[in-house]
Each structure stands twice: as structure tokens, then as C-alpha cells.
Design a protein around this ligand. Structure first.
Ligand code: PMT
Length: 318
């Protein structure tokens, strides 16, 4: 199915043969301004990637290949990084989970409100028993937004993702080791090059389409070695087979030469992850009691990552 050439050798070809998304320059400007504003003193900046990338089957896209990720990990982590005083670039899949609003999915937000109909003097109030739920989230949201501590940029396709990722790294290079990359998005390993995608909707009367996916370039390679060599890079490794999780995480560390891989299994990702460094591996888990108390594993993941980041900054003598 896929051509077996090395994925590290064709990342440059990808950028030479794929156009940036239409909102690319606007997003690049926002990224530049945000990094410039926060690149002072001891401020640490984290780039969080979150949600799944799509692979379109047509340029005028009716159909596309997608993946399972809803962006929960990234959205929850963004809130915890803000609590640790990081400036946060939240690079996420459009319409996936976002920090703060994630607490009120579906109709839960509307259920918290009361409509007091009095003709032209109609008012809306928060139900008394919902104030305790809404108030802390609203306070954190307002604090992050009023202080300009969070920037949202979004992608849909794997191509959009690659363009934004490189731009974000370029904007973050001046932050040296204070920059943290937290690559939690579920990025497609396969794609269809732009030149091989039909412009219009694939028609069924021509029979079953012959769709050929190719290996997508692994952007971790240029990211670590060229785009942002002084940053602290944390990549996530997703598997479904427990038996290969640690070995695949180690293989990624040895291939890309970054600092930390967080391994997780699709089935247990909400309650267990493994921190893998070149010399160690340690589990971060939630107990049954912690789950019942509403604790989220991202709270522990982020605290651990922050502590690894602190050690990294000290070791760099920057
Ligand atoms: O969003 P949720 O539902 O909460 O789920 C969270 C998560 C399971 C998606 C998250 O915890 C996670 O594991 N994210 C990484 C998933 C992934 O893409 O894993 P991978 O094994 O395919 O890739 C490993 C690394 O290579 C990733 O850091 C990825 O950014 C990078 N990669 C992948 C493909 C590609 N073409 N280029 C890359 O650089």
C-alpha cells in the first residue's frame, strides 16, 4: 500500500509540494505576537497539540479519513499548564475539545441556566446548585483570557497540522529551553499527497475507488534536530498492544533524540500512562478512588512534565 522510502528524507518535499492552509499567515502572525509578548523573564511557553488530523480524499472535501482522538488530553492539560503559570499555545483540531468549555459538553451548560420570563425584562440566571460548578471554571477562563495567557490556533487536515507545527516551532525558537512542546495530537502516519487527490467528489458510478495512502513524513525528526533544537520536547506514543508500548517509546527516543516519551494505550489512556526517558520508565496512574473523586490523569501528567522541564532548564545553563 504505502511506498517504503524513509520518512525522514521527504519532509522537505512535503513543504515544497503542499500549499499552506488559507489562514496560515494570520495564524503565523498570531503565533509571532504571542511568543514575542511572552518571551521575557522566566516565562515558560508550552505548545500543546491536540485532537486528530484528517486525510481528505477530495480537494473539495466531502469524505476524509479520520481518527479517534477527541482532544480530551490536550484540552485538560492546557488548564493544568495555566495553573503552573505557563503561557499556552493550544494548537487543536477545529471543533475538538477546548479548555474550559470542555466541562460543559452537550446540553449541560443550558441545564445550568434558569430563564425568568418577564416580557422585556426577561433575565437569565445560573441555577443556585450550578454556581459551585460554573464559578471555578469561569474564574480560570477569565484569568487566562484577561491576561492573554492562552492562544488558540486550529487545524483540520494533516497538511494544515504540519504547516502550523513548523510555524509554531519557528516562533518559539528564541525561548530556548523555556519552550516546551507537548505533542498530544493524534497525527496521521498515512496521507494522500495533494497531487493525487481528485478535485471533486468521488463518484460512485465509476466503481470502487482505488485509494492509495502513502507514509506521511515524521515531523518529529526535523522538529527536534532543526526547527527547535533547544526546547524540551515531549511526544506521546499511542499503541493498542501493551507488549510493544515501551519498546516503541524507546525506539522513538533513540531515533529522534528528544527527551521524554509518554506512552499510553488506547484502551486505558484515561487512567494510566508511562513516562519513558532514555534511562528510565515510570507509570503515572489514577486509583479507583481518585477517579471517583473526579481527578483527571492530566493533573498528574502535567505536574510530572513540569518537574522534568525544570530539571531540563537547569541542565542547559542557558
Ligand atoms: O485526544 P484523546 O482522546 O484524549 O487521546 C489522547 C491521545 C491518545 C491521542 C494522546 O495521549 C496520544 O497518544 N497522542 C499521540 C498519538 C500519536 O500520534 O501517536 P503515534 O504513535 O502515531 O506518533 C508518535 C509521535 O510521532 C507523536 O508525537 C506524533 O506527533 C509524531 N508524529 C506522528 C505522525 C507523523 N506523521 N509525524 C509525527 O511527527
Amino acid at each position: 500500500m504505502a511506498t517504503m522510502r524513509s520518512t525522514t528524507e521527504h519532509w522537505e518535499e512535503f513543504y515544497a509540494t503542499h500549499l499552506p492552509p488559507s489562514d496560515f499567515e494570520d495564524n503565523r502572525t498570531l503565533l509571532k505576537e504571542f511568543c514575542k509578548r511572552h518571551n521575557k523573564g522566566n516565562t515558560r511557553i508550552v505548545l500543546i497539540t491536540s485532537g486528530g488530523t484528517t486525510v481528505p480524499l477530495e480537494h473539495n472535501t466531502v469524505r476524509f479519513v479520520d481518527n479517534f482522538s477527541g482532544g480530551t488530553r490536550g484540552a485538560a492539560s492546557a488548564e493544568y499548564f495555566l495553573e503552573h503559570n505557563y503561557a499556552v499555545i493550544y494548537m487543536h483540531r477545529l471543533k475538538s475539545m477546548e479548555p474550559f468549555t470542555r466541562h460543559f459538553s452537550g446540553q449541560t451548560f443550558l441545564d445550568m441556566l434558569e430563564l425568568n420570563e418577564r416580557g422585556p425584562n426577561t433575565t437569565i440566571t445560573v441555577k443556585p446548585d450550578s454556581v459551585d460548578v460554573l464559578a471555578p471554571v469561569l474564574a480560570s477562563y477569565k484569568s487566562a483570557h484577561d491576561s492573554g495567557s492562552i492562544l488558540y490556533v486550529n487545524f483540520t487536515t494533516v497538511s494544515d497540522y504540519f504547516w502550523l507545527l513548523r510555524a509554531a516551532c519557528e516562533c518559539l525558537t528564541d525561548c530556548g529551553p523555556r519552550a516546551l512542546l507537548y505533542l498530544a495530537a493524534a497525527v496521521s502516519d498515512f496521507y494522500i499527497p495533494s497531487s493525487q487527490i481528485p478535485i471533486h467528489k468521488i463518484q460512485s458510478h465509476t466503481g470502487v475507488p482505488n485509494i492509495q495512502l502513502q507514509l506521511a513524513p515524521k515531523m518529529l525528526a526535523p522538529l527536534v534536530s532543526l526547527w527547535i533544537p533547544h526546547a524540551f520536547v515531549v511526544s506521546f506514543k499511542l499503541e493498542t498492544d501493551e507488549n510493544i508500548l515501551i519498546s516503541k517509546a524507546r525506539a522513538a527516543l533513540s531515533k529522534y533524540k528528544h527527551t521524554l516519551v509518554i506512552g499510553n494505550l488506547l484502551q486505558t489512556r484515561r487512567t494510566r500512562v508511562v513516562f519513558v526517558t532514555p534511562t528510565s520508565s515510570s507509570e503515572v496512574t489514577l486509583t479507583r478512588e481518585q477517579i471517583l473523586n473526579g481527578m483527571e490523569i492530566e493533573d498528574n501528567i502535567v505536574s510530572n512534565v513540569v518537574s522534568h522541564h525544570t530539571d531540563f532548564i537547569k541542565s542547559q545553563h542557558y
